[in-house]
Design a protein around this ligand. Structure first.
Ligand SMILES: Nc1nc2c(ncn2[C@@H]2O[C@H](COP(=O)(O)OP(=O)(O)O)[C@@H](O)[C@H]2O)c(=O)[nH]1
Ligand SMILES: [Mg+2]
Length: 403
């Protein structure tokens, strides 16, 4: 965790500069690699906790840790309008420096939540700031890994407002939004991985597994390659329809590993389509119900990121069989986008998980996430409660109906 590379496999080190800058390498010591990452918060104490962490603290460049002590008070408006601008300027300057060190900028990735004030407001502002700066010079892809509100109880009262305002920013300034929620990820940890009380770190590992799958092809060479722009072309058939869901496979508890053949393409494919393996609460195989006005779910476009020694032919055949007429999945693929599943294969299996797949899809079932957000908004907005908190920080009453 000190940013040093251990190992003898050249392949692992070949593209290390995709996510790391090379640091100093004093005589007799290993080269240090510094993550090309910026950590931001309106609560410096939280950032200090990371910086002082015995494990990862030493990894990050201190200049790339940007924060103040004002706190967003759980309010989007405070983070976006009051505390954010100064931080966003500092972030822009840091991003500029990092971008200048890249020889082929593909994109910028964000990880954030939408429930609190900082994750929603500060992310919205930084997205907007970067969009203004980057648009002029490049085809940079803005990718976010977004924690959406989970169904059921929430630990933030203002969540309905924060989430709705942030979703507006994600719609306007982003190219790809990968959705997650803590309930879906907790269920993955308890049901599939048999962890009794999943901790935040367990949930974050699920997010990390998705991020790792999606970027594997940038980091390692493989027989079927991809990059963020290919992902963009394939996954977003309509402008603005860029809210994506992820299915992970395999999700197998230690106790049942021995009953499962590793690296079986069909078995992995069956799992990655299952709603139990999706990292946000929605049903990608919802058959619909005309009587209750529930729409049938459809895969508009999808992408499988395979990791392991899979044969291209075998993967293609399984995906073809899934979409062909007569298959039980056929009805979830619209006829007007034929062959809508693209794939990439990376030879290096995922660390800890092994031969695996991350299945990203642009599925219409994602509307369930927005329906929940709208319902929660309507409920709290009806009484106009807490609106003054947002008005204090520059969101006027006229903006509300629009949001
Ligand atoms: N999965 C996951 N969720 C988190 C983590 N930290 C916070 N959350 C959730 O994110 C939401 C907002 O968190 P909070 O820190 O209050 O918001 P902030 O104002 O954006 O800093 C809450 O619903 C938390 O449960 C984390 O490390 N992992
Ligand atoms: Mg926080």
């Amino acid at each position: 965790m000190r940013g040093e590379f251990y190992g003898s496999d050249r392949v692992l080190q070949e593209h290390i500069d995709v996510f790391f800058n090379e640091g100093s390498s004093s005589k007799g010591k290993r080269t240090r690699y510094v993550p090309r990452a910026i950590l931001m918060d309106t609560n410096m104490a939280d950032l200090a906790m990371i910086a002082q962490d015995g494990g990862v603290g030493d990894l990050y460049r201190p200049e790339n840790i940007i924060g103040n002590d004002e706190s967003s008070g759980n309010c989007y408006a405070k983070a976006f309008h009051t505390e954010g601008p100064d931080l966003a300027d500092r972030a822009l300057e840091t991003v500029r420096k990092e971008v200048e060190k890249c020889n082929c900028l593909q994109g910028v990735q964000f990880t954030h939540s939408t429930s609190g004030g900082t994750g929603s407001g500060l992310t919205g502002l930084v997205l907007k700031t970067l969009r203004d700066y980057l648009d002029k010079s490049s085809k940079c892809i803005m990718q976010t890994f977004t924690l959406a509100p989970a169904p059921g109880v929430s630990d933030v009262v203002l969540e309905p407002y924060n989430a709705a305002l942030c979703m507006q920013d994600l719609l306007e300034y982003c190219d790809q939004v990968f959705l997650f929620d803590n309930q879906a990820m907790s269920e993955i940890c308890t049901k599939a991985l048999e962890k009794d009380m999943p901790k935040m770190t367990d949930l974050n590992s699920v997010v990390a597994q998705c991020m790792s799958g999606i970027t594997a092809c940038l980091r390692f060479t493989g027989p079927l390659n991809s990059d963020l722009r290919k992902l963009q072309t394939n996954l977003v058939p309509f402008k603005n329809a860029h809210f994506l869901i992820n299915g992970l496979a395999p999700l197998t508890a230690e106790t049942s590993k021995k009953y499962r053949m590793t690296g079986n393409v069909l078995d992995l494919a069956q799992q990655m389509f299952s709603k139990d393996n999706v990292t946000v609460k929605c049903d990608p195989l919802n058959p619909g119900d005309q009587f209750h006005g529930i729409l049938k779910a459809r895969f508009l476009a999808s992408w499988g990121s395979w990791r392991g020694s899979f044969q291209t032919k075998e993967v293609d055949q399984v995906l073809y069989d899934i979409q062909k007429s007569g298959s039980r999945y056929d009805k979830f693929f619209p006829d007007w986008i034929p062959n809508s599943i693209a794939s990439n294969i990376c030879r290096i299996p995922a660390k800890h998980v092994g031969e695996s797949v991350v299945f990203t899809s642009n599925n219409t079932a994602v509307h369930e996430v927005f329906d929940r957000a709208i319902k929660n908004w309507d409920q709290i907005y009806k009484s106009k409660s807490y609106i003054h908190v947002f008005e204090q920080d520059g969101i006027s009453t006229q903006d509300w109906p629009h949001s």
